[in-house]
Design a protein around this ligand. Sequence first.
Ligand SMILES: [Mn+2]
Length: 315
Amino acid sequence: MTSREVHVVVASDDIFSMPLTAAARSAVLRSADPSMVRVTVIDCGISARNRDRISRSLTVDGARVRIVPFTHHVPDSALQGGVIPSVATFARLFTADYVPGADRAVYLDSDTIALTDVAALVDLLEPGMLVAGVVDGQGDGQVRNIERLVPLLPSTPGAIDSPYINAGVLVMDLAAWRSERITERFGELVATTPLRFADQDAINVVCAGRVQTLPTGWNTQTHLLTSTTRSVLDGPEVDARIVHYTSRPKPWHLHGDVGLAEPWFDAVDHTVWSGWRPTQRRLLVPKLRRGWRMVRTRPGQLLAKYWPGGSRSGH
Ligand SMILES: [Mn+2]
């Protein structure tokens, strides 16, 4: 059906190599014309071994993949105030520089799985909008009601009435980002202001007034699903087109919800990780690596949490 390239962008460090591959693979898998899918992996520290696995998994049915090293600088200060202890989360802000040939791209978090063709998602972006996404599950979805962001909003018309979208699934007007120096503005904000929700806050602030909301099915945030809808992702109540595993456990964790995790394992089984299932032993090493990353990136927060008498209320 599609006769033009569909750009899909993912980003992660080494720890999320497999989920990243599953997310991108699902987009290829569900595409009506996989030979038009162009995956860009923004590599925030992926090992040579995993880069090879990613390439082999995504070079299928005519789809193409490029793995490009993340070269933008994200200062330590940007990580300190936030809830996400990884530089990789900021990579999406710089997408325009990593997919130079693309006017539009779909960004997928590493904890998402496409259930339908994302080419349709690209077409939803309306002229004049910088970015489109699904309203975030926190608050009422209005940026003016998120106190920490109000002082940061631009004074442009409509900014205060902008929605607050989740950054896990985004359609980006990269041509506009380039011509309006949006990437530079992301960089400036991140360098000067610690943001609790990192890149997500940055997108909603910088693009305020030109943020488009999409039907919720395009970013089905699992923590918003009720117990009855959890088992019927494809049921009439939830028109899930992309699942976003925002709740824990994630499908790749031990005891991850089996009903929800089915499409995730289906995608994994179409990669070189085919047959992979979580076991205690397999999860130990990533767990230790995440712990070590916490120690490196947010020592203050750890100290406050575990120091005797320290505040446990934190984030
Ligand atoms: Mn996510």
